[in-house]
Structure formats: C-alpha cells, structure tokens
Design a protein around this ligand. Structure first.
Ligand code: TGC
Ligand code: FAD
Length: 387
C-alpha cells in the first residue's frame, strides 16, 4: 500500500506526465530560490520587481500553453501547476503570471491578427514586455457591460476616452489590452502605454496583494491606429472568455496558498505545548486540521479534473465559476483558521497565514466576486439570470 501524503493522498501529482512533473519541479525550485527570499520585503514595501518578468519568461511560465511565438505549448494541467507553485509563495506573484498569460497573451493569441501576434507575443512570452488588462471601471466591476470607456472611429484611427480601476500592473505595463464600447459593440484594443493621453496611477495603501502593483488608468483622447483593435471578437464574450482562462488558473493557485498555511501550522501544532501536551494531541485541533486537509484535497481534485476537461476542450464557464468560488472560499477559510490556531503569533509577519489571508481577500473579489460566481451557478441551475 502506498504511503499517505497529506497534500496528495489521491496521487494526482504522482500521476502527472513527465513534462508536467518537470515543469512543476522547475517552478517549485524557482519559487523557493527566487521568490521565497524576497516575498516578505516585497509585501512590507509594497514592491514588485519588474525584472521578475524576464525570469518568468526564461522559465517558460508566461503564456505557457501557447504553441508558437516562443510559448512552451504546455498542457492546461501544467498551467495550473505553475499557478499552484507560485501562489504557495504569494498570490501577488501568481497574479502577475495570470494577467500576462490569461488576460494579455490569451486575447492577442485568440482574437489578434497575425501581425499583432508577431508584434506582441514574443516579447510578452519572454517577459521583455509587461501587459495589463483593463476591463473594470469605478462604477462597478461586477457589471462590465456598464463600462463608460468608449472608442470612436476617426478616419483610419480610433480615439479612446474613459478610465479603468483596479488594474493589475497598470503603472508598470508596456502594453494594455483595453476593452471599450464602440458603435459595433464592446471591442478590445492593444494600446502602447506610452501613447499620449494614457495616464496610470499606482493605488497605494493596500492591505492585500501588496507585492503586486494595482493602478487606475485614464484615457484622454488616446489616438490608436486601426491595427490596434483585436479583429477576432466583438461583445462582452471577448473579455469574459479571457476571465474564464484566468479563473481556471486561480482555482489551482489558491490551493498552493492554503497548503502553505497548513504546512506551517502542522509544524507549529507539533511543537506548541499547552496543558502539558502538544497542540496537535487535542481532538479539537485534529478535527480542524483534518477538515482543512479535506477541503484542500477536494479542491485539488476539482481543479485537476477541470484541467483535464480544459485539455479535452470540454471546460465550460459554469464549471469554472464553481471551481473559482469553491477553491477561493476554501483557501480563505483555511488561511483564517490557520491564523487562529497560531494564536498571537498568527498576526506576525513571521508566519505566512495572515499574508495569504489578506491576499485572498482580493482573490475572492477579483475575477468575479464570490456572489457573481454563485449567481452564475444559480443561473445555470434555474435558467434565470438574477444578477
Ligand atoms: P452575459 O449576457 O452573461 O454574457 C455576455 C456574452 O458573454 C458570454 N459569456 C462568456 N463567455 C466566455 N466565458 C464566460 N465566463 C462567459 N460569460 C458569459 C455569453 O455567452 C454572452 O455571449 P453572446 O455571444 O451571447 O453575446 O453577460 P452579463 O452582462 O449578464 O454578465 C454576466 C456576468 C455578471 C457573469 C459577467 O458580467 C461577469 O463575469 N462579471 C464579473 C466581472 C469580472 O469578473 N471582472 C474581472 C475583471 S479582470 C480581473 O479581475 C483581473 S484580476 C487580475 C489578477 O489576477 O491580478
Ligand atoms: P462591485 O461590483 O461594486 O461589487 C460590490 C459588492 O456587490 C460585492 O460584494 C459584489 O459581490 C456585490 N454584488 C455585485 N453585483 C451583485 C448582484 N447582482 N447581487 C448581489 N450582490 C452583488 N480588473 C481588471 O479589469 N483588471 C485587472 O487587472 C484587475 N486587477 C485587480 C486587482 C485587485 C487587487 C483587485 C482588488 C481588483 C482587480 N480588478 C481588476 C477588479 C476586480 O475585477 C473588481 O474589483 C471586481 O470585479 C468587483 O468589482 P467592484 O470592485 O467594482 O465591486
């Protein structure tokens, strides 16, 4: 009988392909050697080092599923494993990979012209250029159809006016994929962030995702050429289909965050002596630990199955809503419970749960809030839209 391994009792990791195992090992080594030593300072100083993008590029984890333009052509399960390993360290670093891969490279690869792909994908995949994705606006991110940003044709050009809020990478990006209303419906534009009239301001004083840059964008009569518009999609399904890709990755990533918290807690409860016995000898503590394992493992099985379906091109948005909702809720609850069982130490930056917990407050909100995913599942069950 095989030994039980607490984070992989159903041998998901053992049964990965040789390529998936190698990708996971490389990303885990990178995370431990490069990201782990810097995360506490990055979090404390509200810092993200742009140079990391080139390192991500060298490792092959930007646009990892793309089959050309320098992409590794990896499986969707491998993409999930990348998110999982990176988010074990911090959701901020996973966010930077999600945005570049799913929200910038994906729309250009799926909806861009061959000229756009040749122009942008090699630099985005190698990390020479950084991208951001502008959908949300201040009047309500849950309802993107209500966006005010609009683009009007002016001869061969387009003129874009409006603003975007809470944009990851906004003030460090070279390239922005901006969604705007046009007379034809919602369209996506690839905008050089140096274009006159493009302003990005970093949002300061966040309690969450402090090692990720979040910005507000303003577009004041930005003039872009007709070659900037993504020709392959019109309508909200353009940005929403990008979100489906990113939400899939998030469902994997948060398992890493939860696992990190439990790993640290297991060690703590073995060595913390209260009432003459170690904390983990108490039934009440064991039940809570076991419950965390139950939630982590069932979430892993869900994401793994979703990855297999994605590779078979059978994944649909309702499955993704269920997984994003379930797994982020799981990770947030696990991080909070781990923080509690660390007692007073749990509020110290010396331990990981409080940082993960605070990060996960963003993750439960972005890429569709928990309520939005519940309502998406509700709509699919009842056939009635209750948004
Ligand atoms: P609805 O009528 O449902 O749909 C409009 C069209 O879109 C299609 N569609 C989808 N396509 C692909 N994937 C999905 N998940 C899709 N959901 C819908 C749909 O079939 C339809 O197509 P068509 O051809 O019929 O036109 O649209 P709705 O206005 O009722 O809205 C539905 C709702 C509420 C679910 C949607 O607006 C939504 O998901 N809202 C949440 C917005 C959101 O998640 N924003 C995230 C912004 S990006 C971000 O947070 C990045 S975080 C970055 C980081 O990781 O750091
Ligand atoms: P609102 O939509 O105003 O929601 C407020 C509350 O109302 C929530 O609890 C919500 O669940 C609830 N609610 C909404 N509608 C309903 C309803 N019909 N019924 C019941 N309750 C409802 N966006 C981008 O475009 N690009 C990015 O790169 C990006 N990065 C982000 C990074 C961070 C750190 C954060 C925090 C956000 C980011 N976002 C990004 C924005 C994110 O997608 C939005 O914050 C999110 O979609 C929610 O929108 P909102 O903040 O306007 O909240």
């Amino acid at each position: 009988m095989k030994q039980n391994n607490w984070f992989d009792p159903f041998f998901i990791l053992e049964n990965l392909s040789a390529e998936e195992k190698l990708i996971q090992k490389n990303v885990r080594d990178f995370s431990n050697n490069v990201l782990r030593p810097i995360v506490v300072n990055d979090n404390r100083n509200h810092n993200f080092n742009k140079g990391l993008y080139r390192e991500f590029g060298k490792l092959g984890i930007l646009g990892s599923t793309v089959k050309n333009h320098g992409g590794a052509g990896a499986s969707s399960v491998a993409y999930g494993l990348i998110a999982y390993e990176i988010e074990k360290i911090d959701s901020s670093y996973r966010s930077s990979i999600s945005v570049q891969s799913s929200l910038v490279i994906h729309p250009i690869n799926s909806f861009g012209s061959e000229t756009q792909k040749d122009k942008y994908l090699p630099d985005l995949i190698s990390g020479n250029k950084i991208g951001c994705f502008g959908l949300t606006e201040s009047q309500g991110g849950s309802d993107p159809s209500n966006m005010k940003t609009h683009a009007k044709k002016d001869g061969d050009d387009w003129i874009i006016n409006g603003s975007k809020m809470w944009i990851t990478n906004g003030s460090i990006a070279d390239v922005a994929v901006i969604w705007a209303h046009t007379d034809e419906g919602i369209r996506g534009f690839i905008v050089d962030t140096k274009t006159k009239g493009f302003v990005a301001n970093k949002i300061e004083n966040k309690f969450s995702l402090r090692a990720s840059i979040t910005s507000e964008l303003f577009f004041d009569n930005i003039r872009v050429s007709k070659d900037s518009v993504l020709p392959g999609v019109i309508g909200l399904k353009g940005p929403l289909s990008c979100l489906t890709q990113a939400r899939y990755g998030i469902s994997w990533g948060v398992i890493g965050a939860a696992e990190s918290c439990l790993e640290e807690l297991l060690e703590y409860t073995q060595t913390r002596i209260l009432f003459d016995r170690s904390l983990d000898e108490n039934q009440a503590i064991q039940i809570r630990l076991a419950d965390m394992q139950r939630r982590i493992v069932t979430s892993s099985l869900l994401s793994y199955r979703l990855g297999q379906l994605k590779d078979l091109e059978q994944m649909n948005p309702t499955q993704v809503s269920l997984a994003k909702w379930n797994n982020v809720r799981m990770a947030l609850d696990v991080a909070r419970d781990c923080r509690d069982m660390l007692g007073g130490s749990g509020i110290s930056a010396e331990y990981v749960p409080i940082r993960h917990m605070l990060n996960l407050e963003s993750v439960v909100t972005y890429e569709g809030t928990e309520t939005i995913h519940q309502l998406a599942v509700g709509r699919s069950l009842t056939g009635k839209s209750a948004f």
